[in-house]
Design a protein around this ligand. Sequence first.
Ligand SMILES: [Zn+2]
Length: 273
Amino acid sequence: MNDSSQSIRAWRVFGALALAALVSCQSAPITHRPQLMIMDGGTELALGNEVYQDMISQAIVVKDARLNRLIMTVGRRVAAATGRGDMGWEFTLVDKEAPNAYCLPGGKVVINSGILPIAQNEAGLAAVIAHEAGHAIARHGAERGSHARVRDLGLELVNMGLGHTLAEKTKMRLAWGVDFVMSLAFPFSRTHELEADEMGLVYMARAGYDPREALEFWERMVEYGYDEKKTLLEFLSTHPADKTRLRKIRLLIPKVMKEYDKTDKLGMGGQIL
Ligand SMILES: [Zn+2]
C-alpha cells in the first residue's frame, strides 16, 4: 500500500470513529446509563432472529400445553409492562436442564425448563423474563458489538497512523493498551447484569408481580449453586457475584414497590410445577 492510499484509509477509519462518537448519544431506559451504540437496529434484529431460529431448531421445544400457556401469560404481561409492544415478542420453553433463559434482540425469549423449579411461581418466572427483557430492551448485545467495532477501528488507526514509525513490539503494546483501557472503562458483564436486574424489577412490578419475589428467586439460585465457582473471580466473571447482586436488588426493592402498589397486585401468582 502506498503512502497516499494509506493516509486515505487512516482518515476513513478516523472518520468512522468520529461518527461513532457522534451517534453514540444514547442511553438505556430506566437506568439512563449512556451507551455507545453504532450497531443499527436492523442488523441487530436480523442477528437476533437468526440466533433465535438456530437455538429453537437445535433444542427440544416443550409441548406441555399448561406450561406453554403459563409462559405465554407471564411473558405477555411482562412484555406489556415494558411499554415495548412494538417488539415482536415470542416465548419458547425448551427442554434443557441448565437453569437459564435468554432474550434475543426483538424480544425473542427462550426459557430452559431447568429454571422452572427455581422460579417456583409466576412471579419468579416474571423475574427471569423481565431480567432477560431488560437485556434486549437496553440492547446490550448491540452495545457489546459496537464497542468491539470501535476497538477494532482504534487498533487499525494505531496500526496505520504509526505503522511506519513504530516497531512491531511497540504497536503490540499500544494495541494491548487500547484493549486494557476499554475493559477498564466498560466492564460490561457486571454493568449489564445489574442493569438488567434493575430494569427487570421495574417491569415485573409494573406487570403486577411482587418484586420481592425476584430476591427470593435469586436466593434460590444461590442455593442451587449457580455461579458458585465464579464467586472468587468476581471481578473477571461474566456474572457479578451473587452477594453483590442480592445486595443491589435489596436496595432497589423500596423504589419498585411504589410501581407495584399502583397495580392490581398479582402477588407471586400461581405455582409453576
Ligand atoms: Zn443477565
